[in-house]
Design a protein around this ligand. Structure first.
Ligand code: SAM
Length: 216
């Protein structure tokens, strides 16, 4: 059964961190690696789909001066993140969809997203990446760590299966459900380039997860 995105994560909040760190291949390495790519000093960083902040823990340990804005659909996940740093004035949490929310212009030195964007088709990502690029300052960059389909056939099968399940359950095409539809990393990079990002490159791989960097 498909579940709405926020309900899916609300129902799995207990043990979420443990699950990610122990069940997702490469997670113990890719969270610190992703954090290492983010800038030093009194910078502004945007996290798309920050969840409970697993990528922010190693980053803030290294750079407590960073001002962080985290966006997530799930208030339950954000509440769990907030208890890590209660009352921290450098942490701004916004509950909503990064697909719909305005991200502003020239606000961030870097953006990051980990294990969140594999739920969306290329056309939605294109709009998001254009908006994200405008939100970055000159010289700013985006670090995307996510899991990717191994080939085009696999990519197509995920989207077909999501459409089939939505039709079967009478769920509208536009309803946001938790179902993984990863692109191939080549398609993801092409969408970033189409959105205007430059120097798009894969920095590291852990099985089917890659860390991609793209410069504004
Ligand atoms: C697997 S979790 C990853 C969370 C965190 N980045 C991590 O790696 O632990 C995916 C997160 O993305 C959030 N998410 C999915 N789609 C979203 C959207 N359109 N807007 C904001 N958050 C979204 C979910 O609510 C969830 O917290």
């Amino acid at each position: 059964m498909l579940e709405p995105m926020d309900a899916f994560f609300r129902a799995r909040i207990d043990g979420y961190d443990e699950h990610m760190l122990t069940e997702i291949a490469g997670a113990k390495a890719f969270y610190p690696f992703t954090a290492e790519q983010l800038p030093d000093g009194a910078v502004s960083v945007l996290d798309l789909g920050c969840g409970t902040g697993l990528e922010l823990v190693p980053y803030r340990a290294r750079n407590p001066r960073a001002e962080i804005t985290g966006i997530d659909l799930s208030q339950t996940m954000l509440d769990q993140l907030q208890v890590r740093w209660p009352g921290d004035p450098n942490l701004h949490l916004i509950c909503g969809s990064y697909l719909d929310l305005p991200l502003g212009e020239n606000l961030y030195d870097a953006a990051v997203s980990v294990e969140s964007l594999h739920h969306f088709p290329p056309e939605e990502k294109l709009g998001l990446y254009r908006k994200l690029r405008r939100a970055l300052r000159k010289g700013g960059f985006f670090v995307l760590t996510d899991y990717f389909a191994e080939g085009e056939r696999e990519e197509q099968l995920y989207f077909q299966e999501l459409r089939r399940r939505k039709a079967e359950q009478g769920i509208g095409e536009e309803t946001l459900c938790h179902y993984d539809t990863p692109l191939t990393v080549e398609h993801e990079m092409a969408v970033l380039q189409e959105a205007g990002f430059a120097a798009v490159e894969v920095l590291a791989r852990w099985e089917n997860t890659c860390c991609v960097r793209a410069v504004r």
